[in-house]
Design a protein around this ligand. Structure first.
Ligand code: ASP
Ligand code: MG
Length: 468
C-alpha cells in the first residue's frame, strides 16, 4: 500500500481558508489511491501565545493569562464554526473546544496561584494547541468527505521525561504506530494527529521541542515505512537562500539528506533538523511542499543527491549567536582542559555550535541565551573569558564542495569587504561556515549568492522561475 505521511505546519491550518486548502490537498492524495496519515501543528502562533499565557499566569497575572486564553478560545471556536456547516457536528466540535479551554483555564488559574511554571506544566499547557487543532482539522476533513479519524498523538509518540525537548523512544513508537494507525489506514481511513506533543511512558504529556511537528511526521513515517513524508508549509521548498534577503533566490528541486540536515541545523526555517533522521534511517524521501501553491513540485530530499554543476546548493544564516573567547596562556594544551570547558557548557545544558582553538585560546559559539553570564562566570574559574552577542553564522552547503580546491578562496573573496570572525569547514565536508557580525549578514548572503548562483544547474534549481 502506498502510505504517505502528510504534515501540515501552523500556517497550513491557520484559519478556515487554510484548513480548507489542506483538506483539498489530502482529498487529492486519497483520489490518487494514496493512504495518508496526517500530522498537524497548532494553528499559526498558538504555541507562542500559550507560552505567553503560561508565563503571565506564573507571574501572577491571572487576568492577562485569561485574556490570552479567551482570545484563543474564540479563534478556535470561530474556525470550527466557519468550517463545519452541519449544525449538530458544529455544536459537538465547539462543545469539545470549550471543554479543552475550560481545562486549560483551570491549569492557568492554578498556575497563577502557585506561581511556579515547571517544564512539565509548560508542556501540558502548550499541548492544547495541537490537541485542539487536530480535532478541528479531523472534523473539517470529515465534513469534506474524507474518512478522517482523530488520533491522540500522545498515545503513539512515547518519549523520555525531558519535558520541552523529550527524546522519542523509537521502538515503542514503531510498535504503537503500527498497532494504532495501520488498522485505520487498512480500512481506508485517514488518521489525523497533532505533531509536537507526546507522552512519557507513564502517560504524562511531553513535547519534543519547538517546531517538533516535522519530527513527529518523520517518526510516524519511519515507524510505518511510509512511501514518502510530505512536509506541507508556506514556502515552495528549500531555497538557495532566504528570498526576503535575496530576491534572486531559487527553489532547490532536489537535495541530499545530509545537505538538508546541515541547512536545517543552521537555521533554514523550512525543516526541523531532527526531522531528517528517522527518514534517513529508512531511506524514505521527504518532500517539502507549499500548501498555498500545491501545484509546485517543492523540494525532494533524498539519500543520494544527483550531481550538481554548482558547488553549493544553499546558503543559510543563523542569527542571534554569541561568541565566547576563553583565553588561558599555558593551560590550553594541558590534558583534560577542553573537557573541563565542555563540562561547563554541559552543566548549563547549552549546546555549542562551532569551536576553534589557537595556541592560547578557544572560541566557541552558542545561541545567545540568558545562561551566558553564568556560563562565563564558571569559565572564568579556568581562564580569562569574554563574550559578545549579535553574531551570525553563515553556512554554505553543497555535496560538491568535497574535494574542490580553491573553494574557500572563492568564498572569502566574494565577501572580502566583510570582517570574518571564525571559520569552520565541518568534518562532513559539505558545509563551509563562518561567523560574522549580525549586521553584515544580509549583505554577505547577497554577495555570496551573486557569486555562486550566477549560472545555476537547471537539473537542480528551478531556473524557470528566474526567467519569468
Ligand atoms: N506548534 C509547535 C511549535 O510552534 C510545533 C510545530 O509547529 O512544529 O513549535
Ligand atoms: Mg513548523
Amino acid at each position: 500500500m502506498s502510505l504517505v505521511v502528510m504534515k501540515f505546519g501552523g500556517t497550513s491550518v491557520e484559519d478556515p481558508a487554510a484548513i480548507g486548502r489542506t483538506a483539498a490537498i489530502v482529498a487529492g492524495r486519497v483520489a490518487l489511491g494514496k493512504q495518508p496519515v496526517v500530522v498537524v501543528s497548532a494553528m499559526a502562533k498558538v504555541t507562542d501565545q500559550l507560552l505567553r499565557a503560561a508565563a503571565a499566569a506564573a507571574q501572577g497575572d491571572r487576568t492577562g493569562a485569561m485574556a490570552i486564553s479567551t482570545r484563543l478560545r474564540s479563534r478556535h471556536r470561530d474556525t470550527a464554526a466557519a468550517l463545519i456547516e452541519n449544525s449538530a457536528d458544529s455544536a459537538a466540535l465547539i462543545e469539545l473546544i470549550d471543554q479543552k479551554f475550560d481545562s486549560l483555564d483551570e491549569i492557568l488559574r492554578g498556575l497563577a496561584a502557585i506561581l511556579e511554571l515547571t517544564p512539565r506544566i509548560s508542556d501540558l499547557i502548550v499541548s492544547y494547541g495541537e490537541r485542539i487543532s487536530s480535532r478541528i482539522v479531523a472534523a473539517a476533513f470529515r465534513e469534506r468527505g474524507i474518512d478522517a479519524v482523530h488520533v491522540d498523538a500522545r498515545e503513539i509518540i512515547v518519549t523520555d521525561s525531558q519535558f520541552q525537548r523529550a527524546v522519542p523512544l523509537d521502538a515503542v513508537i514503531d510498535k504503537r504506530a503500527q498497532e494504532k494507525l495501520l488498522p485505520l489506514t487498512s480500512l481506508g481511513k485517514v488518521p489525523v494527529m497533532g505533531g509536537f506533543i507526546a507522552s512519557n511512558e507513564a502517560g504524562i504529556t511531553t513535547t519534543i521541542g519547538r517546531g517538533g511537528s516535522d519530527f513527529t511526521g518523520a517518526l510516524v513515517g519511519g515507524a510505518l515505512s511510509a512511501e514518502a513524508i510530505e512536509i506541507w508549509t508556506d514556502v515552495d521548498g528549500i531555497m538557495t537562500t532566504d528570498p526576503r534577503v535575496c530576491p534572486d533566490a531559487l527553489r532547490v528541486k532536489v537535495i541530499s539528506f545530509e545537505e538538508a540536515a546541515e541547512l536545517a541545523y543552521f537555521g533554514a526555517k523550512v525543516l526541523h533538523p531532527a526531522t531528517i533522521l528517522p527518514a534517513v534511517k529508512k531511506n524514505i524521501p521527504v518532500l517539502v511542499l507549499n500548501s498555498r501553491n500545491a501545484a509546485c513540485e517543492g523540494t525532494r530530499i533524498t539519500s543520494l543527491a544527483p550531481h550538481c554543476k554548482s558547488p553549493f546548493k544553499s546558503i543559510a544564516v543563523k542569527k542571534k549567536l554569541s561568541i565566547i573567547d576563553v583565553v588561558a596562556s599555558r593551560m590550553l594544551m594541558t590534558h583534560g582542559y577542553m573537557s573541563e570547558i565542555f563540562a561547563i557548557f554541559d552543566k548549563h545544558q547549552c549546546a555549542v555550535d562551532m569551536v576553534s582553538t589557537s595556541e592560547v585560546s578557544v572560541s566557541l559559539t552558542v545561541d545567545s541565551n540568558e545562561k551566558l553570564p553564568a556560563i562565563a562566570a564558571d569559565l572564568s574559574k579556568l581562564a580569562d573569558v569574554k563574550y559578545e552577542g549579535r553574531k551570525a553564522l553563515v553556512c554554505m552547503v553543497g555535496e560538491d564542495i568535497r574535494g574542490q580546491s580553491g573553494m574557500a578562496a572563492q568564498v572569502f573573496s566574494a565577501i572580502r569587504h566583510i570582517n570574518v570572525r571564525m571559520i569552520s569547514q565541518g568534518a562532513s565536508e559539505i558545509n563551509m561556515s563562518f561567523m560574522i557580525d549580525e549586521d553584515d549578514a544580509d549583505e554577505a548572503v547577497r554577495s555570496l549568492h551573486a557569486a555562486f548562483f550566477k549560472d545555476p544547474d537547471p537539473a537542480i534549481f528551478d531556473v524557470e522561475a528566474r526567467k519569468v
